[in-house]
Design a protein around this ligand. Sequence first.
Ligand code: FES
Length: 151
Amino acid sequence: MHDLALTVNGRDVALSVPEAASLLHVLRNDLGLNGPKYGCGLGQCGACTVWVDGVAARACVIPAHGVAGRAVTTLEGLGTRDKWHPVQQAFEQAQAAQCGYCLNGMVMQAAALLARDPHAGEARIRAELSGNLCRCGTHVEILDAVRRAAA
Ligand code: FES
């Protein structure tokens, strides 16, 4: 076990975590933040996407000790139940969900892109989301949602 201090969704957090724990494990199991999902566990599907210092990152392959002193944002820190983030609103308007398991990663990845490039074009959107997988096959609606948010 080792001590870890970081900021999660704007709050300072200090806890003791196993040496080999991933950031995803700590977020879900120690902090009860279930926005980020466990999909592949290999950094290949994007279901676990969070922001580390504002940059989209795969929480399943980041050692928890690697984010000491950093600012982590999860889906829970993006919008609230009363005030959704514009990307979340666009996903709802485009009905861009089937089972919904991938949506954490899709939303976090898209919101990171639009924070850098608010009016990202088609090629940029497709490139940004190319590493986020949806096994239901709702990529058409997902791309529509991100286009709406970028308009
Ligand atoms: Fe992290 Fe798939 S669960 S990339």
